[in-house]
Design a binder for this molecule. Structure first.
Ligand code: RIB
Length: 307
């Protein structure tokens, strides 16, 4: 039995440091920070693996050095990579600009991730059936995401969808299959069609998504922490104030840490607090998978906050 199954993308990130995020039509000089393993799916699998045993992943890489590095990283983090296949297309890549204040902009070349299609998901139904929590994002073909959600629901898994990168919309029939819908502020605004500039507006927007059938919305609100809204009410869990170096993979770290704690049966508020702490630690370090903390580091960070 997998405690957490992550279905999604694996990318090699080319990370470039720039003085500011380039505007349309602007040319900037940058410096290459390096090639760092990433991809929203793989980042979430690594975060799950670093939070304890029992995480598996489904996805695809190419038959190349980037694919090998990504597979090695999963294994090092204790992730069961049996569901990650090697295919003829090149491994997915991302070009990431990171500004001096830690913000980023990302361009993804999907490559092998495009092969994570509906038939690939159907071929992995047995692995989905053996999972307590299934976590997905939107960086593989969307019909495959929706098929995976359908199969996970059919087998009684807890289904968590992180709506990154932001889709224009989700099909109506998907919402009732979601136990947790996890957007950031931009994604929440786009999906609900409502403004999200503060926690009160976020709650209103989240309620609009509950009306479409989602059981709960867990939104990340940047400096305002995280907001859980379900039919019983709303709960805001404050974040932690840290020095931001690079926000890449903070959302991935949050979602996977939340799911991994949830799979252990922790109380929801504790799951969110732990996820906030892991995400805070991740922004203090550069890169995607290079920034994701372990269980021990996150627990130590929380202890330090209490004194
Ligand atoms: O969420 C961060 C990730 O988005 C990066 O690692 C990049 O590969 C893109 O998928």
């Amino acid at each position: 039995m997998n405690k957490l199954l992550v279905i999604g993308s694996l990318n090699m990130d080319m990370v470039i440091h720039v003085p500011s995020i380039p505007r349309a039509g602007e040319t900037l000089m940058g410096t290459l920070h390096g090639y760092i393993p990433g991809g929203k799916g793989a980042n979430q699998a690594i975060a799950g693996g670093r939070m304890g045993p029992g995480t598996a992943m489904i996805g695809l890489v190419g038959r190349d050095q980037f694919g090998e590095r990504l597979l090695d990283g999963l294994k090092e983090a204790g992730v069961d990579a049996y569901g990650v296949s090697v295919c003829p297309e090149p491994t997915g890549q991302a070009v990431i600009s990171v500004s001096a204040d830690g913000e980023n902009s990302i361009i993804v070349l999907p490559g092998a991730n495009e092969r994570c299609d509906v038939s690939y998901i159907k071929d992995h139904e047995a692995q989905i059936a053996q999972s307590r929590v299934v976590l997905l994002q939107m960086e593989i073909p969307h019909p495959a995401v929706f098929e995976a959600i359908r199969l996970a629901k059919k087998h009684g898994c807890t289904v968590v969808l992180n709506t990154a990168p932001a889709p224009e919309s989700l099909p109506d029939e998907v919402y009732p299959m979601l136990d947790y819908l996890c957007p950031n502020e931009t994604e929440l605004s786009r999906l609900s069609g409502l403004p999200v500039n503060d926690p009160a507006q976020a709650e209103t927007a989240a309620r609009a998504l509950l009306d479409r059938g989602a059981a709960a919305v867990l939104a990340t609100l940047g400096k305002n922490g995280a907001l859980l809204v379900n039919r019983e009410g709303a709960l805001r869990v404050p974040g932690f104030s840290v020095k931001t170096v690079d926000t890449t993979a903070a959302g991935d770290t949050f979602c996977a840490t939340f799911c991994r704690r949830l799979a252990d049966g922790e109380p929801i508020k504790e799951c969110i607090r732990f996820a906030n702490a892991a995400a805070a630690l991740s922004v203090t370090r550069p890169g995607a998978q290079s920034s994701i903390p372990t269980l021990e580091e996150t627990a130590a960070f929380l202890r330090a906050q209490e004194v």
